[in-house]
Design a binder for this molecule. Structure first.
Ligand code: ADP
Length: 258
């Protein structure tokens, strides 16, 4: 509780009355605490790739005097991956602030869903960490914001890579549901406990028991849900511990009015 008092005096300086207010600031304090926690997590998450980037750059500076052709591409690669990580985190933060301010507009066009899925996941295919298997109707066209839907799929696939490192395959599915289309990203990873499922799409929520071992801010799925809902679709997940996870979202096939 916060107590505030205001004392009123007359022209001669005699006290007239005292007005006191008592406010319950529990919610305010909790929000403040959440904000503080978030800032420290975000700073920590940014610090890790920044430290790696700094170390890589220092190595490159030293290599100017002693060139090492074997190490050179590896260090460049490490620096570039750290930059990607930083960009990803900053993009997430910017996206969330845009969502909060209601500034996310959609730029829709017709595109082939299957081609988009192929293109946006090329980085996973090239890394060789997982095999990507595309299943379903390859001819489906949708009228949606291609860039934003690409962002949703990349987020779901990157999560499968991050949280299901031992899943050999990631299955991308396209299924027509009449007026809607369903896109799914399925892995054979560790799965998610039932009590965590209802909170997965909440802002800042992280279900990973290993905590800080896998980097992230708990914003990716929140951003995905916002994008999908803005399109008039739904996002969800089916998962059980030890049974992998199947993240899916639906989109209207083609509403052209906007
Ligand atoms: P972040 O990856 O930054 O934590 P997300 O919003 O993308 O944020 O994910 C929220 C949480 O959902 C993750 O922390 C993780 O615990 C869980 N999660 C997401 N995708 C998977 C997956 N494919 N397998 C297991 N857990 C997952």
């Amino acid at each position: 509780l916060r107590f505030q008092a205001k004392v009123y005096f007359d022209a001669n300086g005699n006290r007239l009355r005292t007005l006191g207010t008592v406010m319950d600031i529990t919610v305010y304090k909790a929000l403040q605490q959440q904000k503080d926690d978030f800032i420290s997590i975000a700073s920590h998450e940014l610090k890790t790739p920044l430290t790696t980037l700094k170390a890589s750059l220092q190595l490159l500076v030293r290599m100017r005097e002693n060139p090492n052709t074997v190490l050179f591409p590896k260090v460049i690669d490490q620096a570039s991956r750290s930059m990607d990580k930083i960009t990803e985190l900053v993009d997430d933060l910017l996206n969330v602030s845009k969502i909060n301010q209601g500034h996310v507009g959609l730029k829709k066009n017709w595109f082939n869903l299957s081609d988009m899925l192929e293109k946006c996941c090329i980085h996973v295919r090239e890394s060789g960490s997982h095999e990507l298997i595309l299943e379903g109707d390859k001819s489906l066209m949708v009228y949606a914001d291609e860039h934003r839907i690409d962002q949703v799929v990349v987020n779901l696939v990157n999560n499968a890579v991050k949280y299901a490192p031992d899943s050999r395959e990631i299955f991308l599915g396209i299924k027509s549901l009449g007026e809607m289309v369903k896109v799914s990203v399925r892995d054979n990873g560790p799965g998610i406990p039932a009590d965590k499922l209802p909170h997965l799409f909440d802002r800042y929520f992280r279900a990973d028991e290993r905590g800080t071992q896998v980097s992230g801010l708990g914003l990716g799925l929140f951003i995905c849900a916002d994008i999908v809902q803005r399109h008039g679709g739904e996002i969800g997940v089916e998962s059980e511990p030890g049974q992998g996870s199947n993240f899916y979202f639906t989109l209207p096939l083609g509403e052209k009015e906007e």
